[in-house]
Design a protein around this ligand. Structure first.
Ligand SMILES: [Zn+2]
Length: 127
């Protein structure tokens, strides 16, 4: 009876290719320890940049690499601000020029002699 049962596999579920004559990419097993005491390994490519953390396979907590030596933290470049990027493209003299141009445009729109009111005069007095 069991022999006559129709057997099948889901499409794409199983590969019938074998590993013979196949060169598997070099890999390494990295062990992780989770704070709840679970230990598991994750295979990585030998060239992969190893993560410091991995989600625990058992409980989902954040596990850390179990190797005694903590991987040297990457040198993190300080984030570049808009100002830094601006200073890479422009010199101070450039900026003065651009500022002068813009001010001229703005003053031109307002009309000559219409200087903006001093700041304190525009502020509403609070009771
Ligand atoms: Zn765990």
């Amino acid at each position: 009876m069991a022999e006559r049962a129709l057997r099948g596999t889901r499409l794409g579920a199983t590969s019938y290719e074998n590993d013979r004559n196949t060169d598997l990419a070099p890999r390494q097993e990295v062990a992780f320890d989770c704070p709840r005491g679970h230990r598991f390994t994750v295979p990585f490519s030998a060239e992969a940049e190893l993560p410091l953390n991995w989600e625990c396979r058992i409980c989902g907590d954040l596990a850390v690499t179990a190797t005694g030596d903590t991987p040297t933290p990457k040198k993190v470049k300080p984030p570049r601000s808009h100002w830094d990027m601006l200073m890479e493209r422009r010199t101070m003299a450039d900026l003065e020029e651009v500022l002068a141009e813009r001010l001229a445009v703005i003053r031109g729109q307002r009309g000559p002699g219409e200087e903006p009111a001093p700041r304190h005069a525009r502020q509403r007095k609070s009771a």
